[in-house]
Design a protein around this ligand. Structure first.
Ligand code: TYD
Ligand code: MG
Length: 451
């Protein structure tokens, strides 16, 4: 990266590379039309201002109050409600339901008496009205505007003094002060900075919708995600009505939180019992199927993992997985060969998480092993059993986090046996009717689940 010098510079809005002259393509990251002129700060300018630092102990502490939107899953991904003055970015593919959800949230907030301004650069007021009719948006406090110029939006906010602002989408906003087109890296960054300033200065909660690129990242500069307080990704399987929102970053709460919705004819509905939803289509007494207690953020969730192990007709056996890291599956199969003598190198292995979820936590290991061995031996695992636990390379079973939450969810959902790592059981609720089985090695585990 070139050194920053006194005077005006052209700075890439994507990676930050600085150059003395304008270039069509950034030499640093290869992005087109990303260099924007920025005023350099000279030491003289700095000296003129009064600059202070304050002792941390004396700084005012930030009292985080949260405003519940009333949509339980959306409040969950925000970390327990919206923090006033926060800037939230919601990214997702076209058609996943971003505009629908935010119109519903806007209506919920407006219905409580707060004023919400919904700026749409994507659709006409008539189109928004049509959607509003479907989701029952009828509050007088919900104002809609199709302005896309930053100047006009700023003026509107000044005039209407809303309590919440929704911008659909950040890529359609533009500042006439900048020469580049709406949606260009420079414009997106500039407009986001202006919304940030507005949010903090006026204590105005703001949600920006962001388009995503083919690779699944929010279109525009990566630094966009650094600017905002909360980044949410909206994912959905187009063939299913289930939609998921994942918290990727949250300055005021836990990341990795998962919100689950279902698209209906009247907008998105929160799914209150995800375990029930993910297990709804489960066939009982089928080999290769295991129910695991997974954690999605702070919430336990039961999901079904399925494996199909067949004799391979290829010289190199296939390993195909959906929702599970194939590298981890391969590693666990090598461990099975060494520690349990189960040799799978002439078998194709297919693995799938039912319901389209992606799982990546270590506690998944026992479920992977259970599903693979159950399919390989064609012996079903008892359908009232739930498993979780990490497996080490020596075949030892290792402890995982949130044990009591997982166990509670399993028993709460009507399961009768939990197979898990050795854990300090004192902290668990005493539930005599049900069976808790701790296992120390892979061989122990296979015996505990009857394989
Ligand atoms: P939309 O919110 O416009 O998606 P995005 O803003 O992310 O591009 O709508 C997504 C889809 O949802 C669209 O294909 C129509 C469908 N839909 C419903 O099924 N039910 C509804 O009540 C609404 C409003 C939309
Ligand atoms: Mg939209």
């Amino acid at each position: 990266m070139s050194k920053r010098v006194k005077g005006n510079m052209f700075v890439c809005q994507s990676c930050g590379t600085a150059s003395l002259r304008w270039m069509g393509r950034c030499p640093g990251c290869g992005e087109w039309d990303s260099l924007v002129e920025e005023r350099g700060s000279s030491p003289e300018n700095v000296a003129e201002k009064e600059i202070n630092a304050v002792a941390l102990a004396c700084a005012d502490s930030l009292d985080i109050t949260r405003v519940l939107t009333g949509n339980s899953e959306f409040d969950r991904v925000l970390g327990g409600g919206m923090v006033p003055g926060s800037l939230v970015l919601l990214g997702g593919e076209p058609g996943v339901g971003k505009s629908t959800l935010l119109l519903q949230i806007s209506e919920l907030i407006a219905g409580k008496g707060d004023k919400v301004l919904y700026i749409s650069g994507e659709e006409s007021a008539e189109q928004i009205k049509l959607r509003g009719d479907r989701v029952g948006a009828e509050s007088r406090n919900l104002l809609v505007s199709t302005q896309t110029s930053m100047e006009e939006v700023t003026w509107l906010v000044e005039k209407e003094q809303p309590d919440m602002l929704v911008v659909d989408s950040i890529q359609t906003m533009f500042s006439p002060e900048m020469a580049s087109a709406p949606g260009s890296v420079g414009q997106v960054r500039e407009c986001t900075m202006r919304f940030l300033d507005m949010a903090k200065r006026r204590n105005l909660s703001t949600i920006l919708i962001g388009h995503i690129t083919k690779d699944g990242a929010i279109a525009g500069p990566k630094i966009l995600e650094h600017i905002v307080d909360v980044v949410l990704y909206f994912e959905g399987d187009m063939s299913h009505n289930q939609k998921l929102i994942r918290t990727v970053k949250n300055r005021f709460g836990p990341a990795n939180e998962l919100g689950i919705f279902e698209m209906t004819s009247r907008g998105l509905q929160s799914v209150e019992n995800p375990s029930g939803m993910f297990l709804a289509e489960r066939k009982k007494n089928v080999s290769g199927s295991v129910v695991m207690a997974a954690m999605q953020g702070t919430r336990p969730m039961l999901v079904e993992l399925q494996a199909l192990v067949t004799r391979s007709s290829f010289s190199t056996a296939r390993r195909m997985t959906a929702g599970v890291d194939p590298g981890r599956v391969t590693l666990l199969m090598a461990m099975l060969e060494k520690r349990a003598g189960i040799i799978l190198n002439s078998c194709d292995v297919y693995m799938n998480v039912a319901g389209g979820l992606s799982l990546s936590e270590p506690a998944l290991d026992l479920a992977v092993i259970g599903a693979v061995v159950s399919s390989y031996r064609d012996i079903p695992i008892d359908d009232k059993t739930v498993v979780f636990g990490e497996v080490g390379l020596a075949g030892e079973i290792r402890a995982v986090s949130s044990v009591s939450a997982r166990v509670r969810e399993a028993f709460g959902m009507g399961f009768e046996k939990v197979v898990m790592p050795p854990t300090n059981l004192d902290s668990l609720d005493n539930n005599k009717r049900k069976e808790l089985k701790t296992v120390e090695s892979v061989l122990d585990f296979l015996e505990a689940v009857g394989l």
